[in-house]
Structures are given as C-alpha cells and as structure tokens.
Write a protein that binds this ligand. Structure first.
Ligand code: A3P
Length: 286
C-alpha cells in the first residue's frame, strides 16, 4: 500500500480540508511533490544551505533576503516561487542549480536525507510566534482551491494547536528542531525569529552575512531591505501567475484581531504546559 494518501481532516465544526497523509504525517497536497520517501533520497551537496520553517513563518521572506545576501545582488525576478522546496517539487527541478544552492523545507530532520546531518550543511531555521502562524495559515488555506477549506476561525484554532492540519503541531515541530540542535552541537544552525527581522532587519541580516561567511556593506544591506519589504515582494509576485497569495499582511500581532479572549486563555494555558521546559521566547507584539 502507498505511504501517501489524500485524506480529509476536519475542524471542530466538521468542516474538512484536503491534505496528504505521508507515512502518517500530514502534508499539503502537492501534486508534483516527491513525498517523504522522495525527499529522503535527494542528493545533498556539501555546500547546500537549508532553510527550515514551519509553514507561514516567513519562508519566502528569509529565502529572498538570504539569496540576495549570498549572491551580493539585488534580485528582481519572480519571488513567489521557492524553487527548491523539497517536498513540493521533484528533485530534477533544482538538481542542476549552481552551488551553493538554497534548499527549503517545512519537514523535520527525520524526514530529510541523512546527509543533511552527516555533511553538516548550513541550516537557517526561521521561527515565528505560533498565534500569528495560526492566523496566517487559516487565511492562506481559505485561498487554496486544492485545500477546499470553508471552516470558521473559531473551529480552526484547537485542531491547529493539536497539529491536526499540516506538518503536525507547531510545538512538536519547534521542540523537535531544538532537540536536533542539542543533539548535534557541531551542526551549523542559525535560528532567526520573524519578529526580530521585523524589529531590526539590518541587525538580523548581519547575522545572516556572518553565518554565510560573506561581507556586505550597509549600503547593500539597506537595498536588500528595500527590495524585501512585503510591498516590494507583493509587486514582484504579480509577475507570476500562480495565484498563490503568500504576501498578506506581513506584521506582528494580527492574532489580536482573531483570537477571542477565551481562545487566547485556552491557548496560553496549553502552550505553557507544553513549552514549560523550553527556553524559547516568542514576541507576540512589537
Ligand atoms: P501573514 O499571513 O501573517 O501576512 P511563508 O513564506 O512561510 O509562507 O510565510 C508567509 C507569511 O510571511 C505571511 O504572513 C506573509 O505575509 C509574510 N511575509 C511574506 N513576505 C514578507 C515580507 N517581505 N515581510 C514581512 N512578512 C512577509
């Protein structure tokens, strides 16, 4: 029997969303996706750079920033395609990309090729506060015909928290990657926070320069800032016809417009229970 099946997951109101169960792990229904088995067999190069994010945490933004920093060029092409998204596109899509390549994934380390760890490739992990992630995913899903989700926000929050939708629970995801860092102290990992980039993009970009081993002037970095505002990236996406709406509000704290007081209390209580032993701190407002 195939390890991948299209399944429906239902929210608290009985509204369904279409996802794929791959080895029992919930993934988006990517028609060209190689699945976990395909991702596991991707050939990793020593100088690949992996961007790891839970969905809706700023993947496209950080990819754009990082590739401009690495190339030393302001790139004015279509930004909506995250070209080497490992579980979304077949390996052939990026097999011929020149080195160093950026690979992107929302998966966990156990789903990735063993060489990610063995070759100690550079990994940039981007984290975002999970309340804004939940709001972002909810709004994104409503735009995706293949998910076909018509549910209401009030029925979305609890199953999202418990990881019923895609990529499992945000908490499991974040804690599992934290454990990978602990277990592999010599793995080169840069952890960035979406909110920190919003707060001071120049400061966070200097960390990226150092991590990637490149020197860039403040003048260049300020041009990268201008080229990677959400407005600028939205405009460039218009050249694309995919219709996927990655660029929405791009702020910190939109969750306040969505969470009811009761939802927020419920969330905080369950969040604190699960995250009690984690030193990670998230910013929910700026
Ligand atoms: P919102 O839905 O809260 O606006 P991902 O790329 O991981 O799918 O993340 C998408 C989220 O990042 C969306 O959040 C999107 O608007 C935001 N985003 C994308 N580009 C951005 C940018 N240049 N600056 C700030 N936020 C950005």
């Amino acid at each position: 029997m195939s390890q991948r099946q299209i399944v429906k997951v239902v929210d608290d109101g009985g509204d369904a969303a279409t996802v794929v169960s791959d080895h029992g792990f919930p993934l988006p229904n990517f028609p060209d996706g190689p699945g976990i088995d395909g991702v596991r067999s991707v050939k990793i190069r020593d100088d690949d750079i992996l961007i790891i994010t839970y969905p809706k945490s700023g993947t496209h933004w950080v990819f754009e920033i990082a590739r401009e920093i690495l190339s030393g060029k302001i790139i004015d092409d279509n930004v909506s395609k995250v070209q080497a998204f490992m579980e979304m596109v077949p390996e052939e899509t990026y097999a011929d990309f020149p080195s160093p390549r950026f690979l992107i994934s929302h998966l966990l380390m156990k789903h990735l090729p063993d060489d990610v760890c063995k070759k100690k490739i550079k990994i940039i992990i981007v984290l975002r506060n999970p309340k804004d992630v939940a709001v972002s995913l909810y709004n994104f899903w409503k735009t995706l015909p293949h998910v076909n989700y018509k549910g209401e926000w009030k029925n979305f929050v609890r199953p999202f928290f418990h990881g019923k939708f895609i990529y499992g629970s945000w908490i499991d995801y974040v804690l599992e990657w934290e454990q990978v860092k602990k277990d592999n102290p010599d793995l080169p990992v840069l952890t960035l926070f979406y909110e920190d980039i919003k707060e001071d993009q120049m400061r966070e970009m200097r960390k990226v320069c150092e991590f990637l081993g490149v020197e860039r002037t403040d003048d260049f970095l300020s041009k990268v800032c201008d080229n990677t505002t959400i407005a600028s990236m939205k405009t460039r996406q218009k050249k694309d016809d995919s219709g996927i709406q990655i660029y929405r509000k791009g702020g910190v704290g939109d969750w306040k417009n969505w969470f009811t007081v009761a939802q927020n209390e419920w969330w905080d209580q369950h969040f604190q229970e699960r995250m009690a032993d984690s030193p990670l701190q998230f910013k929910y407002t700026l």
